[in-house]
Design a protein around this ligand. Structure first.
Ligand SMILES: *[C@@H]1O[C@H](CO)[C@@H](O)[C@H](O)[C@H]1NC(C)=O
Length: 398
């Protein structure tokens, strides 16, 4: 077991050196095994499904250069933020059955943020992601405090609107709550926030999660010792290997989806079918920092929705207190709608209820049937179970 972990970590570690080979290999693999939509990029997908896509570069206060996508529409602006290991691509890969396109089909002005570290936002004014470890020194905290703030301001500036609507999936919700609890003026810039499978509290988790999260500190410490800051790099050697293994038909589906995704995020073959693997693997996973996982692991282990724990001396220096402060959810005064998935084994319904009890302005709470953690964004059946509720809410605030 230990040697397998070391081997795995070593493969990740080899990523930069293996880069050119990995890339040409991946190109060959994708030519053979990906679906048409697995091969098209964001712009091409949006065009294929009847809209136009624009790209903007948004600079954050701490120097990251983020790619923000825009699908112009005449109704109110809606800003979408993605989950961990994802990027804006996942909001369009089901065509008219994807939230990004479905909102555009209904005339909304759709904006899609790509958080720092994803394949679209791997840039900084001063730091080199390949050389400077400092580039990867962030979690959902900074994605909220800086990235989401910059995106909201950019959209308000571009559109001349006073307030926008925003939707965040999983980490996209964590970052929203981090932002609006700390920089409270952002509550006035958003008229409705829709949290899909929000990640904040992790009480009473399933046994498999407990095992993985319990091993988290050890594995993450090992990764740190080996100098691994970036995980899931698009076109890295490990990701390429996973893509090769996972695009081989029914066996791949058993191993990669039924064996690796469903046990952690919820079981629903109807929402994530075999043929969809050939599309989704052209777009995911997208890069993230080791610290992202570390912060979530801390939320689980500390049983609090709080800031990053740097250890007693680190915390004293950073926060002036031996423990990291909790995010003050009472300060999130934006109207919030919460949606939890009936089959979600990561953002459990009961934990979304805990969140509901701590937020002052919850205008809607709903358990979406037949929906896992990933189904909120990539299910082929989201237009049946999820979209009607979303459209009804947005319409109220439009
Ligand atoms: C997609 O590919 C086209 C053609 O190469 C390019 O012009 C466009 O910028 C790409 N879009 C993204 C989001 O990378």
């Amino acid at each position: 077991m230990k040697s397998a972990i070391i081997l795995l970590v070593a493969i990740i570690q080899l990523t930069p050196a293996a880069e050119p080979d990995a890339e040409s290999l991946l190109r060959k693999v994708s030519e053979l095994t990906l679906s048409e939509d697995g091969k098209l990029n964001f712009t091409q997908l949006v065009t294929k499904y009847g809209h136009t896509a624009e790209q903007y570069e948004v600079a954050t206060k701490d120097g990251y250069l983020l790619k923000l996508f825009h699908i112009p529409g005449k109704r109110s602006s809606v800003l979408l933020t993605h989950g961990l290991g994802a990027d804006a691509d996942l909001y369009v890969i089901r065509g008219h059955g994807s939230l990004g396109i479905a909102l555009a089909d209904r005339g909304y002005d759709v904006w899609l943020l790509n958080n720092r570290g994803t394949k679209f936002s791997r840039r900084h004014t001063a730091l080199d992601p390949d050389k400077d470890k400092k580039f990867w020194d962030y979690s959902f905290h900074e994605m909220g405090y800086y990235d989401l703030a910059a995106a909201i301001d950019f959209v308000l500036h571009q559109t001349g609107e006073e307030k926008i609507m925003a939707i965040g999936h999983s980490q996209g919700a964590s970052q929203f709550f981090a932002l609006t609890s700390l920089r409270t003026e952002y509550n006035q810039k958003v008229k409705l926030f829709l949290a899909l499978a929000p990640g904040a509290f992790f009480f009473n988790m399933p046994p498999l999660f407990q095992i993985a999260a319990g091993a988290g500190p050890l594995l993450l410490e090992l990764a740190k010792i080996l100098g691994i800051e970036e995980l899931c790099r698009d076109r890295g050697a490990l990701v390429t290997l996973i893509k090769i293994i996972c695009t081989k038909g029914i066996i791949s589906y058993e191993v990669c989806v039924k064996g690796a995704i469903f046990p952690f995020l919820g079981y629903n073959p109807a929402g994530f079918e075999l043929s969809f693997l050939r599309t989704v693997l052209g777009h995911a996973p997208s890069g993230l920092s080791r610290k992202c996982l570390e912060h979530y692991d801390q939320l689980y282990l500390r049983k609090k929705f709080g800031q990053f724990d740097y250890g007693v001396s680190g915390n004293l220096g950073k926060y002036g207190h031996p423990n990291p402060p909790d995010y003050a959810l009472s300060k999130v005064t934006t109207d919030v709608a919460l949606m939890a998935g009936e089959l979600d084994t990561l953002s459990l319904v009961q934990n979304v209820k805990v969140l509901k009890n701590q937020l002052p302005n919850v205008v809607h709470f709903e358990v979406i049937e037949a929906t896992t953690h990933t189904d909120f964004v990539v299910s082929g059946e989201a237009s049946i179970y999820l979209f009607p509720s979303i459209f009804r809410l947005l319409q109220e605030y439009d």
